[in-house]
Unconditional design. Structure first.
Length: 555
């Protein structure tokens, strides 16, 4: 049997607004374990391995990363951390601190500086702090060689929503009407990137069948390109400013072959003179919030035999996985009930990614995995501090994001040790070796828990483990990191928050009303009759959303 070159990972990171801090925690712990394992492998020689070492020497590589919205931000940060120096804490610091400085991030988001000019507002929140943060992150630094657990041709895919849309002509030719055609418009999109190597050049590949852009991260222009794509996938609809994007015409011309299995009878309708192609983009999560389908498709495109050889895993990190939802008939059929149901219907149908679902269903057992928030109380619906306000609560206080980051690390630790595992009998085929008795004693676990006769071996061994079967870890060597605890839920005083932010919220809403109406009389009417009610309602929503969790922890 041919030994596999490396076990490949496809990471998919779903959109999550401020709960992206959870995804950051998961990713940081994953990279930390991969680095520690690589260091241990380098310390041992082949001679000691033959003598019964307990450190496995197989290879695991992150090969594809796909992300939407907040997940897309983390995907780009992973790329920067891998190839630019002095970036060890980049993911953690970006998500925990955001744009906190002399004033915290929320105060900056509420600032009215972006509403001082005439014209309709671009967004409910001030997007400048997010843009300034991106400017500080996507800046040239010294390059470094990526670690061995990062594929040299790693793909990073960021979803986007194209408000302009691409028109495709579908031919319905026949004897009666040889020119008959139907136009369909596609609004889903993605940016796919690789990084230059000795064998690849910057820009689009010359092969028209290849759909990606190769970045040279020593070029400020390419960092700017990646920055704009990242801001594009994270442009929360209405909440943050949309992005004006442009991509080479050649990239757009290659989309039909990627989107449709057969190009026969379908063609792209594009202005012959338009180059580059320009469009307005908003949050990638609006259409494709969990882009595991495109990630898996890319993985199989790169490695045609990978599914047959079973040397891969697809891991989705999703802070807000979809829960089972009742689908009862409408109780009322008046126009307001229908309108409300229609909006929900359109949203659900857009999120029904049939291609992604069909691809996922083809996966074998122990090739698809989900990392989702799990607290100490397993029955808890969602233990994230950032969960309230539809995921925006993390902007309220840094302690919320820190909690979720630490929970992500804890969940990832448990995932690597007890869930990202394969049957011991499959190690030879899927990992390229059979573990020694010393390796089995140290890393193997029983599923169900405690079943010594039904052992599984981790794809990525966590070297902080002393004996995974018993749950013991090297605390004396790795300290509190060896066995992470569930973080304490942050204390939050809703009254202090309301006192601090009442005035900025009030001012922001008033400015939005004036910019939207551009009429002082209407603004005055709002100020006299509706401002107090609006503010009271907003404060009630914030207080109720954040206070409920606080009451649970206090009791």
């Amino acid at each position: 049997m041919k030994k596999p070159e490396a076990f490949k990972l496809c990471l998919t990171m779903a959109g999550a607004v401020s709960a992206g801090a959870y995804t950051a925690g998961v990713v940081d712990y994953l990279l930390e374990v991969l680095r520690s394992w690589e260091e241990m492998k380098n310390m041992q020689s082949e001679a000691t391995e033959d003598q019964g070492t307990d450190i496995p020497n197989h290879r695991v590589q992150i090969d594809v990363i796909s992300g939407a919205s907040a997940g897309g931000i983390t995907a780009s940060l992973m790329l920067l951390r891998s190839y630019l120096s002095d970036n060890e804490q980049l993911i953690k610091n970006t998500w925990l601190n955001l744009s906190d400085s002399d004033t915290d991030t929320l105060q900056q988001l509420l600032d009215t500086g972006d509403l001082s000019e005439k014209g309709l507002p671009n967004s409910l929140l001030n997007s400048c702090p997010i843009e300034n943060l991106a400017e500080s992150v996507f800046k040239p630094r010294a390059l470094q060689t990526a670690a061995p657990y990062i594929s040299s041709d790693i793909d990073v895919i960021l979803t986007t929503t194209n408000l302009r849309g691409l028109n495709f002509k579908v031919d319905f030719q026949g004897p009666a009407n040889p020119t008959a055609a139907h136009i369909i418009t596609h609004h889903g999109g993605f940016f796919r990137y690789r990084v230059t190597t000795d064998s690849s050049e910057r820009g689009l590949p010359s092969d028209k069948n290849k759909l990606w852009y190769t970045l040279d991260l020593s070029y400020a222009e390419d960092l700017q390109n990646l920055k704009e794509a990242t801001l594009s996938t994270a442009a929360f609809p209405v909440g943050l400013r949309s992005r004006k994007m442009q991509v080479p015409r050649t990239y757009i011309e290659r989309l039909p072959d990627h989107l449709f299995k057969s190009g026969d009878g379908i063609s792209l309708k594009l202005d012959e003179k338009e180059d580059p192609y320009r469009f307005t983009s908003i949050d990638g999560g609006l259409i494709n919030n969990e882009p595991y389908g495109i990630g898996l498709k890319t993985l199989k495109e790169k490695h045609p035999d990978i599914e047959k050889n079973d040397t891969y895993a697809v891991i989705m990190i999703d802070p807000f996985p979809q829960k089972e939802e009742a689908t009862e008939p409408l109780k009322n059929s008046h126009i307001f009930a229908v309108a409300k149901a229609m909006f929900k219907t359109l949203r659900n149908q857009v999120m029904f990614n049939q291609e992604g679902i069909l691809e996922a269903l083809k996966l074998k057992d122990r090739t698809r995995f989900l990392i989702a928030p799990a607290g100490e109380n397993k029955q808890e619906e969602n233990p994230l501090a950032s969960a309230p306000l539809n995921g925006f609560a993390g902007f309220i206080d840094r302690s919320f994001r820190k909690h979720d980051y630490e929970l992500g690390r804890k969940n990832c630790q448990d995932f690597l040790r007890y869930h990202l595992v394969i049957p011991l009998k499959d190690c030879e085929k899927r990992l390229g070796f059979h573990p020694s008795e010393a390796m089995i004693d140290r890393f193997a676990v029983g599923i169900p828990k405690g079943d010594r006769n039904n052992l599984y071996f981790p794809v990525i061994p966590d070297v902080m483990v002393k004996t995974a079967f018993t749950g013991k870890a090297y605390s004396e060597k790795y300290g509190e990191h060896a066995n992470l605890k569930y973080p304490e839920f942050p204390q939050f005083n809703a009254q202090l928050f309301l006192r601090k932010y009442r005035r900025p919220i009030k001012k922001r809403v008033l400015y939005l009303v004036h910019r939207s109406t551009n009429n002082w009389a209407l603004t005055a009417l709002y100020y006299i009759f509706f401002q107090r009610k609006t503010l009271r309602r907003l404060m009630h929503i914030i207080s109720e959303s954040t206070g409920k969790k606080q009451e649970e922890t206090d009791n």
